[in-house]
Design a protein. Sequence first.
Length: 182
Amino acid sequence: MKVIVCKNCGTPYYDDLKGCKEFFCERCKYHTKVLDISYKDEVSAPLSNLFPHKFEIDNIVCLSMESFIQSLRVKEKSLQIKICSDYSGYMAYKMRSALPDWRSTGKVYWQGKPITRNSKEYENLITKAYDCLLENDVFRFSLNSFKDYYLFHSIGSNNENETLLTEDEYISQLNRLINKLY
């Protein structure tokens, strides 16, 4: 069960979220639209990390947010650049099994520098990457299209020790960028 908060008055309600829904708040009579951004359909796909939104961070071109995230698994800058610039979306996601497992050390890398996964430095790097992604016109248009929606990621994990981007981190970045646009 997920807690959905009315976008208008903040009233919480609970639901087993799946797909795209609309909730009616009895308190303020406001309709809250809900969207699962799990790359399951063409409606939600443009907000997924798997979608091929090209962006640049620290002079490195990334073909998708997923390619950036998966590149954090490797220490060598040249391999990181290759992952970012040669693999997009699902291909970047699939190659995670061939890349080093960061979970035993809790360390990831950006441009050869080790970063602790559960640190403010890591959070700042992810924020910087999403800020760079916001420069992509198609991504910005997609965010704008769903500004009135309650976003969630049904297949995401919230365990920072198991994933490079938790559902909460992912959704909070998208909501932060939506708020930045307005």
